[in-house]
Design a protein around this ligand. Structure first.
Ligand SMILES: [Zn+2]
Length: 289
């Protein structure tokens, strides 16, 4: 599943490729159309007619990111609106001359939403497992996940905010790993980077959040920021299905210290695994306490 660094890399590519481009028409795959016919709202979380009406004729004026969501600021005569996109487990965007131009056949077969741009190119959203989401909204605050989300890790208020929210009464008895994966505490931390950041800061993922000192929370926040920055620099991690806009793979997976490792990169001891917050967690009981 793409986490914050992978989504940020997609944003950066899209920014270069489609900012300023106008959408002429939108097409939906048979999967999406069938899902909507049986009221499952596959990928597009609003009526397809309404979605098309909104995006057709709109210009993409900016591509932004909040947590693991992308947002497109769209301009149209009569004002601006936003298109929100979540990549789910395996979503990817491609910008090519046509859908047939997507080189990875697995993604090409699973295109779901295709935007024909006025300049002749096609912006395709492909999703093999179809857990992704796309919808249009008026204001950003109209989208509940955004109104509850903590500030981005790069924001100056992120550290004090993070400490306050981790130590909130509702979180005190929860495992620290589950707490840092909550976007109302800090956005964008998924299973991989939670394991890596807890390892880097020497904190046991099973420890109750209320039992982690402020000093250690500061180290944890720093570790999250560092692992995000390093991953962005390394082109993200290509575990499961993440691909960049041109189909490229990242190399962050070669820099993991604990995630999916058999032995600890620091002491050489065996890496323990345990399910926390429904996901497999990797840690070392010698180096983390
Ligand atoms: Zn160790």
């Amino acid at each position: 599943m793409p986490e914050l660094p992978e989504v940020e890399l997609v944003r950066r590519s899209l920014e270069k490729e489609v900012e300023g481009a106008a959408i002429e028409a939108v097409a939906f795959s048979d999967f999406v159309k069938k899902g909507h016919a049986t009221s499952r709202k596959t990928i597009v979380k609003q009526e397809l007619d309404a979605f098309s009406r909104n995006v057709e004729g709109a210009t993409i004026s900016k591509v932004g990111r909040r947590g693991k969501y992308l947002y497109f600021i769209m301009e149209k005569t009569g004002g601006i609106f936003h298109m929100i996109s979540h990549l789910g487990m395996s979503g990817a965007f491609f910008v090519t001359d046509s859908i047939d131009g997507i080189t990875d056949s697995n993604y090409r077969k699973h295109w779901q939403v295709a935007f024909r741009l006025q300049d002749g190119r096609t912006l395709s959203y492909c999703d093999i497992r179809r857990f992704g989401e796309m919808l249009t909204i008026g204001r950003m605050a109209d989208f509940p996940p955004f109104s509850r989300m903590a500030v981005e890790y790069t924001h100056p208020d992120s550290l004090p905010d993070f400490i306050d929210r981790v130590r909130a009464p509702a979180n005190r008895k929860k495992a620290i790993k589950a707490v840092i994966m909550d976007s109302t505490v800090i956005p964008g931390v998924g299973n991989i980077y939670a394991s890596e950041a807890l390892f880097a800061s020497g904190i046991l993922p099973t420890r109750k959040a209320g039992n982690v000192s402020v000093k250690r929370l500061m180290a944890l926040h720093k570790a999250i920021a560092e692992v995000f920055d390093l991953s962005i620099e390394s082109g993200g991690s290509t575990i499961s299905d993440y691909r960049g806009v041109s189909g490229e793979k990242g190399s962050m997976q070669d820099r993991f210290h604990i995630y999916q490792k058999k032995s600890c990169s620091s002491c050489g001891g065996p890496v323990k695994t345990k399910t926390i917050a429904t996901r497999n967690t990797f840690y070392c009981t010698k180096c983390q306490r």
